[in-house]
Design a protein around this ligand. Structure first.
Ligand code: FES
Length: 212
């Protein structure tokens, strides 16, 4: 059976560029796809003065399309300023790869979203966000859609594990419908802290596991 992938996709899949973790990254993101349960992590090094991306790496737990897109967008982003890199679209990434099968669109969207989220993470840490909308329950819920429930590989919101969210004067409380001693409780807590703490007006994040 012929593979539905272009030669270029296969080339990037076989020899992906920029794979791995940057230990002392200036910013990072982990994005999951609700469509397939796969994940991609993106790490950035940024020159603080020029805001040029000096290094970028990715780790993928996705399919060939996802790996190929991670490879191509990290190549495209390297050497660009944050503003320029933000504008890289999945269409450009897909064109650069000679096209992806339509059923695989979400895989490249996932990689592009990962890059944007890593840039956003850098901007938040460095106070570069221009529109400073206050954090609301909705903002927190949106972020929690990026935290995976490792048991099923889908996000916490989709799998109905978020029991309650409260935002009050810089303190965010998140109640998760799992027992405190659940095998993934610590991982989930850490991921939630990472996603929410970087919001500009959040001072403290409290994660409670409320199931008996
Ligand atoms: Fe999950 Fe492609 S099918 S990333």
């Amino acid at each position: 059976m012929p593979l539905p992938y272009s030669e270029l996709v296969m080339e990037h899949f076989r020899n992906p560029q920029n794979v791995g973790e940057i230990e002392d990254a200036d910013a990072k993101s982990v994005e999951g796809s609700p469509a397939c349960g796969d994940m991609v992590a993106i790490y950035l090094k940024v020159d603080e003065e020029t805001q040029v991306i000096t290094d970028v790496k990715f780790e993928s737990y996705g399919c060939a399309s996802n790996i190929a897109t991670g490879s191509i967008i990290t190549e495209m982003a390297k050497g660009k300023t944050l503003e320029e890199a933000k504008k890289i679209s999945w269409k450009e990434a897909s064109d650069e790869l000679g096209g992806l099968p339509p059923i695989k669109t979400h895989c490249s969207v996932l990689a592009v979203d990962g890059l944007r989220a890593a840039i956003e993470n850098y901007e938040e840490k460095h106070g570069l966000i221009k529109e400073r909308a206050p954090t609301t329950v909705e903002v927190v819920r949106k972020r929690l859609k990026r935290v995976m429930n490792p048991v099923v590989g889908l996000d916490l919101v989709r799998t109905n594990l978020v029991e309650d969210i409260q935002v009050d004067g810089g303190i965010v409380r998140v109640a998760i419908d799992l027992p405190e001693d659940h095998q993934f409780a610590n991982n989930i807590r850490e991921e939630i802290l990472e996603k929410i703490e970087s919001l500009w007006d959040v001072e403290e994040v409290v994660v409670e596991f409320v199931a008996a």
